[in-house]
Design a protein around this ligand. Structure first.
Ligand code: FAD
Length: 280
């Protein structure tokens, strides 16, 4: 167990289940995670509105279970009329927290839409709904994969925060230095909202390597090689992953991270194992 024993807010992220069985399994997972008294639970949103029904349905269930819920909300390909309607639906559902994103269009969707970047969405939400929503935005300590340069990406983040964000959640990473440097840099540029690190527990090496290539998250060489060396030995992968992620969380806590946001992948055990080790 970690030597640091201070309390730290935690939150958990889910994706909308694709089947009734998945929805039932997720209800059980949520109850296990609620025992850790999360600040909120969030539900991802397929860009282009592809999962809107599943996202809003899962958010409704979380609210009905008495837990604070954040709906992710992406704007790529969207119109202002459409976003206005969705915001009204979320307000009527009692949602008070959004993770406002540009998103990535799934293949098969054409370009277009009235929003270019997440900063446009944040400004629109503030114009339309005032202070109703606590708005989270995405942060990339290891630089967004499509950024023109590291400097341009930091400036884009600052613009997004100044458009009206209350806090940020990062893409996952395994370098505490990248996080600390990002926070220092954006604070120096005047974006001083809390930046909560996104934590991806390591349980499956091929899935992690595939995801990381797609989203630009860096898996340090030594972690990649160790994972590859375990082959199909899932017990060793999980034990190693738990050590690595617990150590990362400890470093982040020491660096003053204001909370931990777990990418649960709709499972409870990996996040709970890390929290147990951290004594949270
Ligand atoms: P933006 O902040 O708009 O940035 C996108 C790119 O544009 C960056 O490269 C940035 O540098 C650049 N940029 C921004 N503004 C400007 C400007 N004015 N001029 C030039 N360049 C600019 N995806 C989903 O589809 N659904 C989800 O639910 C989801 N949840 C996420 C949650 C978190 C916490 C994170 C970190 C990511 C999530 N994503 C999700 C992924 C996200 O949608 C993608 O990373 C997407 O490519 C960028 O979205 P963004 O909101 O960060 O975009």
């Amino acid at each position: 167990m970690s030597l640091l024993t201070t309390t730290l807010p935690v939150s958990f992220e889910f994706f909308p289940p694709k089947s009734p069985e998945g929805a039932e399994k997720l209800r059980v997972v949520r109850q296990a995670l609620y025992a850790r008294q999360p600040e909120f639970c969030s539900v991802t949103f397929g860009a282009g509105g592809s999962t809107q029904e599943g996202t809003f349905g899962t958010v409704s269930e979380i609210l009905a279970e008495g837990m604070a819920a954040a709906s992710h909300f992406s704007c790529i390909g969207a119109t202002k009329v459409g976003v206005r309607q969705q915001l009204a639906t979320l307000q009527a559902m009692g949602v008070k927290r959004l993770v406002a994103l540009r998103g990535d269009l799934p293949s098969g969707y054409g370009a277009g839409g009235e929003f270019s970047y997440a900063s446009d969405l944040v400004a629109f939400i503030r114009d339309e709904t005032g202070d109703h929503f606590h708005i989270e935005v995405a942060a990339y300590p290891e630089i967004h994969p499509q950024a023109r340069s590291a400097e341009a990406d930091l400036k884009a983040y600052v613009t997004k925060v100044k458009a009206g964000a209350n806090s940020a959640i990062t893409q996952y990473f395994y370098s505490a230095d990248a996080y600390a440097r990002f926070v220092d840099d954006v604070y120096a540029l005047g974006a001083t909202v809390p930046v909560v690190p996104g934590i991806m527990p390591i349980t499956n090496s091929s899935q992690l390597l595939r995801f990381s290539d797609a989203c630009g998250a860096e898996i340090p060489r030594w972690i990649r090689l160790r994972l590859q060396g375990f082959g199909d030995d899932t017990a060793s992968i999980k034990a190693f992953g738990l050590d690595v992620v617990t150590h990362l969380c400890d470093q982040l806590r020491s660096a003053g991270a204001p909370g931990l946001h777990f990418y649960s992948m709709n499972q409870s055990a990996p996040s709970l194992a890390v929290l147990d080790r951290l004594g949270l």
